[in-house]
Design a protein around this ligand. Structure first.
Ligand SMILES: Cc1ncc(COP(=O)(O)O)c(C=O)c1O
Length: 347
């Protein structure tokens, strides 16, 4: 049973879980002094790891409860969240539709696009993020009860609870002596639910750890705030209200503010920075850990800086899949790619 539900049995009927994720994920040391640590959420599933599967572990529980027949989500053309959702839908026998917007092409983007198609997802290229979000929010099937609209990055309240649970998982590993309590945890931040869940979860689990989020997505889309301390805080507040209601005695502290750093973002979403490229190389050369330029490379650059700045241990939470993609299943029905997506595969 998940450690959050073990700690609070009153949540057991309230937070349904799927049992698809391989949890707890391992922790390992990166040095011999016990200063540098990694939490391997790259291994959350035997076929495809990453932080989205940990979120889906709690999200799929809702699909099953609501007898969902189709999931509609959106993301960049190489979306990790779309791919994890396509895998989850394939395993659950549910239709999956992913609305896609542009991002700089790369080998990972092309591989993810092909994998989503292989898993049977219907892929709709919509152009800009603005056009894609509009199609998502104004979708004609929005009100159908057997359709589940999943925000980009698999971000929703269930996803936040999944990362509150992850903090309790880490706390149990500390109690077992697998690692010391970190002074800081460093993670990349896109939709913000990983940061929201860990920030609230570490506090709820009684840890002193500071969770440091590294912004890797635009702070604003036009005038609309997207990835800011306030958007993350609102996810923390929602989870705080829900958990206060369901925990015996409520929660004794107010919702904590998140720590979100802007300084590693660089020129844009998916665009690499020299610091990220150097960190990716260092993780690969020294530890054989494969990172990428959109999320984990930027967080790893911050992690290396925090290691120099902190007295105590620092933990890098690896959110990017490390399983080989060759073992993903193939759906019986595969939808053809539209010309813009075919062109992306050829770039
Ligand atoms: C590999 C990876 N790391 C981190 C993130 C960011 O997580 P969150 O959306 O919870 O902020 C994402 C989101 O897409 C991701 O794919």
């Amino acid at each position: 049973m998940h450690p959050l539900l073990q700690q609070y049995p009153s949540l057991q009927g309230v937070l349904p879980c799927a049992g698809i994720a391989a949890l707890p994920t391992p922790v390992s040391a990166l040095d011999s002094h016990g200063q540098a640590w990694v939490k391997h959420d790259d291994l959350t599933h035997p076929l495809y790891g990453g932080n989205k599967i940990r979120k889906l572990e709690f999200i799929i529980g809702e699909w099953r409860q609501r007898q969902v027949r189709e999931v509609i989500t959106f993301g960049a053309v190489g979306t990790n969240a779309g791919l994890a959702t396509a895998l989850a839908c394939h395993q659950e026998g549910i239709r999956c539709r992913v609305l896609l917007f542009d991002q700089p092409p790369s080998a990972i983007v092309r591989a993810n696009l092909l994998a989503m198609q292989q898993l049977g997802a219907k892929l709709d290229y919509c152009g800009s993020l603005f056009q894609t979000a509009l199609r998502f929010y104004l979708h004609p099937r929005r009100l159908l009860p057997d359709h589940y609209f999943l925000f980009a990055g698999c971000a929703n309240p269930a996803a936040t609870y999944a990362y509150v649970n992850a903090a309790f998982e880490l706390k149990a590993q500390i109690a077992e002596g697998q690692l010391p309590e970190p002074e800081e945890i460093v993670i990349p931040v896109g939709s913000g639910s990983t940061l929201a869940g860990l920030t609230l979860g570490c506090r709820l689990a009684g840890m002193q750890t500071r969770v440091v989020g590294v912004r890797v997505a635009p702070a604003r889309l036009g005038l609309i705030p997207a990835c800011t301390p306030d958007t993350v805080f609102s996810q923390i507040r929602t989870a705080h209200v829900f958990l206060s209601k369901h925990l015996p005695g409520g929660i004794a502290f107010p919702p904590p503010r998140p720590v979100l750093l802007d300084t590693y973002y660089g020129p844009g979403y998916g665009e690499s920075t020299p610091e990220a490229l150097a960190a990716i190389r260092r993780f690969d050369d020294d530890h054989d850990i494969k990172l990428e330029q959109t999320y984990t490379g930027k967080a790893a650059a911050c992690f290396l800086d925090r290691l120099d700045a902190c007295q105590g241990p620092v933990l890098f939470w690896n959110t990017f899949n490390s399983r080989p993609m060759g073992n993903l299943p193939t759906a019986t029905t595969r939808h053809p790619l539209s010309p813009p997506l075919t062109r992306i595969l050829q770039t």
